[in-house]
Design a protein around this ligand. Sequence first.
Ligand SMILES: Nc1ncnc2c1ncn2[C@@H]1O[C@H](COP(=O)(O)OP(=O)(O)OP(=O)(O)O)[C@@H](O)[C@H]1O
Ligand SMILES: [Mg+2]
Length: 311
Amino acid sequence: MKKLFFFLGKGGVGKTTLAGSFAAYLANNSHKVFLASIDPAHNLFDFFGMEPGKKGPVKLSEGLTVEEFDIDSYLKKFLKESSRKMKKTYHYLQMINLENMFDVLKHSPGMEEYAMLAALQELLDAWESGVDYMIIDTPPTGLMLKIFFIPNTTLLWIGKLKELRLKILERRSQIAHIKGKDEFEEGVPLDVSDDVIFKELQAQEELSKKLSKMFADTEICKKVLVLNYDELSIKEGLKIINDLSTINVSVDLAVLNKKGMSDAAANNEKLKGLLKKISGLTRIEIPFYREQVTPRNKMKEIAKMFATELL
Ligand SMILES: Nc1ncnc2c1ncn2[C@@H]1O[C@H](COP(=O)(O)OP(=O)(O)OP(=O)(O)O)[C@@H](O)[C@H]1O
Ligand SMILES: [Mg+2]
């Protein structure tokens, strides 16, 4: 069965190490794997010892393709596409030159998340057309949570916008009926079947429904929470579990990475108490590889420790 995996957790806990190890392991077992980083501060290529900065998908082995998604270029693409659509839709208003506003719009609230969604959409298309396993190395918690939430919040306001749009079209057609169609400039839609805006709202609604359903699907979309033996990473992990549960998204596995890194942590009662709070979740422990410059040469060993839990 095709599957999609997200590795979530606080910065530095080992998300890239585990995602990279798992991807290499699956590819070694004759699967077609796509490993993508959507973290704006990528370190995926570093993990594989590759030169940084390569754009687009890179084929690492027969079964393994990796890509560091350039979110900034998605943002530009997203803005360009929106501007093109607006110009096309509002051509009768001789739309202002939006390109001049790009630099400001780029930094508007929500833009980065939408660019991430556009990137996710493209990843899903790749996944649906021929990839067995898609593995996603994620950005820091705050941004990642927003991405999981966007489809749901979008669905809420799109419902309202559709209602509003229908009202506008209804008023227009009433006016046209009473005063005649000449009351409106050519190209102004009067009916829902000619309205590009309504169609665009519907398309966004479809995409959001698809993503929201997929994020909540426990069979095909697996969420792995990576933790370390430290208070902050466990507290952040608990917040992730809690926040995701409000949109019916559950975490499937907790991986406690770098066990043994600190002797003090092993006997810390506070940590034990915090860990009890995730006792309902299957937990796998991965040792801290002290002597390793990079755990890359331990990839197979690392992946084997949790792979069966996810497949
Ligand atoms: N089990 C391990 N034993 C030893 N070192 C480890 C282990 N797991 C990860 N590391 C090291 O910890 C550091 C952080 O790991 P990694 O880059 O995978 O974390 P990350 O969660 O992806 O970080 P970021 O949030 O910055 O992207 C790296 O130097 C990595 O080599
Ligand atoms: Mg990382």
